[in-house]
Design a protein around this ligand. Structure first.
Ligand SMILES: Nc1ncnc2c1ncn2[C@@H]1O[C@H](COP(=O)(O)OP(=O)(O)OP(=O)(O)O)[C@@H](O)[C@H]1O
Ligand SMILES: [Mg+2]
Length: 211
């Protein structure tokens, strides 16, 4: 084993994420969680409803400014203030599949543009045709088809929207995928398909998963 493989891809140290809905009231959504994930590892975070699982994922991908503690990703402390550019870069190496896909898919954007978002940031294609081909390929991998590319999120079922979110996360080949109950909203038959897809992608890309 080389030295690199001994370094965790993600280290969360005593992370706290508080919310202040009113001046007198504090919600301690996450109150001192610590764990490590090694490259390529699948890590499961369990807890009852409301225990802070989603908040932990959202804090790690820096949708929030953590209240306290440390998040170290690929050896780099990403806890403090981040520039827009740094955040964009972070979100190509780390992707999140959200529990509630409707809340995170821009209703005014076509599926092709939602999925290609990461590609667009990095101009990860030589022309429009290649961009399209990449999106079609990933759509097929998640069990949708290229006919779906020019539709809008509201024209899909919940399970299909979940797969759009998965496609968007996978297209960048991220090193870490945070999957927040990514499959619980799907039909059982599609659950197996999506789990197999994630396993296959993990084998191919060596990505780590936080469930
Ligand atoms: N933006 C916010 N403002 C205030 N409170 C919040 C916010 N986000 C989450 N909370 C609260 O933080 C706690 C943890 O929520 P979170 O969604 O992380 O739980 P969870 O473990 O993902 O639950 P579930 O299994 O139901 O998805 C809950 O009590 C929730 O009401
Ligand atoms: Mg949750």
């Amino acid at each position: 084993m080389d030295k690199n493989s001994q370094t965790p891809i993600l280290e969360v140290k005593n992370l706290k994420q508080y919310f202040y809905p009113t001046r007198k009231f504090t919600v301690k959504a996450v109150d001192g969680i610590s764990f490590k994930i090694m490259p390529g590892e699948t890590y499961g975070l369990v807890g009852e409803s409301g225990s802070g699982k989603s908040t932990t994922g959202r804090a790690i991908i820096r949708l929030y400014d953590p209240t306290d503690g440390q998040i170290i990703f690929e050896g780099e402390d990403i806890t403090g203030k981040m520039s827009k550019k740094a955040l964009k870069t972070l979100r190509t190496k780390m992707a999140m599949i959200f529990q509630d896909p409707m809340a995170c898919l821009n209703p005014r954007k076509k599926v092709i543009d939602i999925i290609a978002q990461g590609l667009d940031i990095h101009h990860d294609y030589k022309d429009e045709k290649e961009r399209e081909e990449k999106v079609y390929k990933i759509l097929e991998m998640v069990g949708l088809s290229k006919e779906h590319a020019n539709r809008f999120p509201h024209q899909f079922s919940g399970g299909q929207r979940q797969r759009i979110g998965i496609a968007r996360a996978l297209i960048m080949n991220p090193d870490l995928i945070i999957a927040d109950e990514a499959i619980s909203a799907l039909d059982v038959s599609i659950q197996a398909q999506v789990v197999n897809l994630m396993k296959k992608m993990q084998k191919e890309t060596g990505a780590a998963y936080l469930f």
